[in-house]
Design a protein around this ligand. Structure first.
Ligand SMILES: CSC[C@@H](O)[C@@H](O)C(=O)COP(=O)(O)O
Ligand SMILES: [Zn+2]
Length: 222
């Protein structure tokens, strides 16, 4: 049996440029996995990988994330988000948020956005209570967000503006002046979570830890 595409990505060197042909398979496999977990219901969610210095490969917009194929991905310019090739499918409506993350963190190789229920619920409760970052303390799983976050981790929380570029602009502004070692994640109220990492495996693992942290925080009642 051949290796699972996501496992192949995890062997890539930190920050390595992805090969566009193989990366399309990794993106669709990742979306399928997250769909099967219930974190990308219907057409929700989007996944991308950096492809060289000037481009990003991202899932196409508005397609069922449980049945994506390699053809359902689009190579876009990292500066504008415009498709590199004429006749490509329409890139994710949230491409600009992915690009804001890649611009802020040059070593990031992959970004995952999903609508996991506990992260969305916790973000929405926090926003209703006045907003501000979601802070986790003490929980062992904090380490899953990166080795710098041993005792606590803060995840920034953003408004869910109807105009997606406005969300992206706020994400860009936020990370233009990041705290030391910012967590590789953000929450959007009443919407979902976005995580990133060196590759799809790391970004997906972080999403999994973030969702578990949110579930635990809701159970504990902090
Ligand atoms: C099911 S609607 C969800 C969308 O509005 C959006 O938030 C989303 O995550 C998917 O958008 P897409 O353009 O398919 O990448
Ligand atoms: Zn979304």
């Amino acid at each position: 049996m051949t290796a699972h595409p996501v496992d192949v990505v995890s062997t890539a060197p930190y920050g390595a440029a992805a090969d566009p042909y193989d990366a399309a398979g990794w993106l669709s496999a990742t979306a399928r996995t997250l769909y099967e977990r219930g974190w990308m219901p219907g057409t929700s969610g989007n996944v991308s990988v950096r492809s060289g210095a000037d481009a990003v490969l991202i899932t196409a917009s508005g397609l069922g994330k449980g049945r994506l194929t390699s053809a359902d991905t689009v190579l876009v310019r990292a500066d504008t988000g415009a498709p590199v090739r004429p006749g490509s499918p329409r890139p994710s409506a949230e491409t600009c948020i992915h690009l804001a993350v890649y611009r802020a963190f040059p070593m990031v190789g992959a970004v995952v956005h999903a609508h996991p229920p506990y992260a969305t619920a916790l973000a929405s409760r926090r926003y209703r209570a006045g907003g501000g970052p979601v802070r986790f303390t003490d929980l062992e799983l904090i380490k899953g967000m990166g080795r710098a976050y041993l005792d606590s981790v803060e995840i920034p929380l953003f408004a869910n503006w109807r105009e997606v570029p406005r969300i992206a602009a706020e994400v860009g502004d936020h990370f233009a002046h990041p705290a030391t070692d910012p967590a590789p994640a953000l929450l959007i109220t009443h919407h979902g979570a976005t995580t990133w990492g060196a590759d799809l495996a790391e970004a997906s693992d972080r999403l999994e830890c973030l969702e578990a942290l949110c579930q635990l925080a809701l159970l504990i009642g902090d």
